[in-house]
Ligand binder design. Structure first.
Ligand code: SAM
Ligand code: SF4
Length: 358
């Protein structure tokens, strides 16, 4: 199924990077497998590298956006999704950069809404959401939304995002998302030592107050400032200890075996949940079902891959759906077994989270 293709130069004149041909066993109709036996059904599609924030753990203050011509076009994003669906992808998360800055977000969601996709979600900082836009996204086919907020203190929100924003903006986005029915609403919080780790229990209160799912995320080495250090990671155990001092948590059954998050409810049956994403101290690579496509059309089989495979030249040279599918199959076959953050020789990927798509 894998086709030998000439090397085609991308618009940035760099040689296109293509994966080695996967063995025949990789080609199973309607299913995407990696070489470690994992089935991949969850696509994270980044639709822009632009952002109105510059979060310290994500994007350099002077990050230079990729030239527009290097980003995939509207039609190219749709082609990627369409081909991925033929390969067994059932869930799509639209992300970025800040996806709400993408001028064709609503048409894109409308087209995705017409496709047979079980779950369409979007991650956003929420700052540009309005009642009208949220309602339109929902009507177009978006099922749910994840918002990002890293502190409940305005001074810290500004410090972390390096933007003029505040807590109220996020609370407003939660209310808008609720009213639009974009549920279950999740709020991602990246916990960093000596930055916001004294707010862990406050975020549990926040989950209860707003009846939402707060996801506390261990700081991952994908930051812009290259300031990540093991000592800056607040572990899942520490987070649980901090919350249990104030509330009794009960662990919930893992409804989705591929979910990266350890999920908890409150023993007093208050609404609101806590999820902990412990990528560093409790890696969940064995259950990973994800594939990432960057805004410029690079396939990343793992968030921490040092290699990525350039689908864009194929997309721009009139390749057939079968050729694109073969390229994706070959790319996924290269998915690494684990992320090796905890190995002495771990190398941080060049791209930061904003350029990969979180
Ligand atoms: N701009 C949108 C937002 O902030 O929600 C979507 C893109 S952002 C890259 C997606 C998610 O990645 C955010 O929830 C953010 O907190 C998370 N993220 C970014 N850098 C991270 C890092 N170094 N460690 C852990 N999570 C990170
Ligand atoms: Fe922008 Fe989201 Fe990265 Fe913050 S986390 S800089 S909002 S892409």
């Amino acid at each position: 199924m894998s086709t030998a293709l000439p090397i085609i130069l991308s618009s940035s004149d760099e040689p296109a990077n293509k994966p080695p041909a996967a063995p025949l066993e990789a080609n199973r109709p309607g299913q995407l497998y990696d070489s470690h036996g994992r089935v991949i059904h969850d696509l994270r599609l980044s639709i822009t590298d632009r952002c109105n924030f510059r979060c310290r753990y994500c994007m350099e203050p002077d990050y230079k956006y990729m030239p527009q011509r290097e980003l995939l076009s509207f039609e190219e994003y749709l082609t990627v999704v369409r081909v991925c669906l033929t390969l067994g992808i059932t869930k799509i998360r639209v992300t970025g950069g800040e996806p709400t800055l993408y001028s064709q977000l609503l048409p894109l969601l409308t087209e995705l809404g017409k496709m047979a996709i079980e779950d369409i979600a979007m991650t956003t900082n929420g700052s540009l959401m309005t009642q009208e836009s949220a309602k339109a996204w929902k009507e177009a086919g978006l099922h749910r939304i994840t918002l990002s907020l890293d502190s409940l203190r305005d001074d810290r929100v500004e410090h972390i995002t390096r933007a003029k924003t505040n807590l109220n903006s996020s609370i407003n986005a939660i209310k808008i998302a609720k009213a639009a029915g974009l549920s279950p609403i999740r709020v991602n919080v990246v916990i960093m030592r000596d930055v916001n780790d004294d707010e862990i229990a406050d975020f549990a209160d926040f989950a209860r107050e707003h009846e939402i799912d707060v996801r506390l995320i261990e700081f991952m080495p994908l930051d812009s400032d290259r300031a990540w250090h093991r000592s800056a990671v607040v572990s899942a155990d520490e987070m649980l200890e901090a919350i249990n001092k104030r509330h009794t948590l009960v662990q919930l059954d893992r409804k989705n075996p591929h979910s990266p998050s350890l999920n908890f409810g409150f023993a007093d049956k208050s609404l609101g949940k806590i999820g902990i994403i412990a990528s560093v101290t409790r890696p969940f690579c064995g259950a990973c079902s994800r594939l990432r496509v960057t805004a410029d059309g690079k396939i990343r089989a793992c968030l921490f891959s040092l290699e990525e495979w350039d689908l864009r030249p194929l997309l721009r040279s009139g390749a057939s759906d079968e050729e694109l599918a073969a390229f994706i199959v070959d790319s996924v076959w290269t998915k690494q077994k684990g992320h090796s953050i905890n190995a002495a020789d771990f190398v941080q990927p060049k791209r930061t989270m904003s350029a990969i798509g979180g």
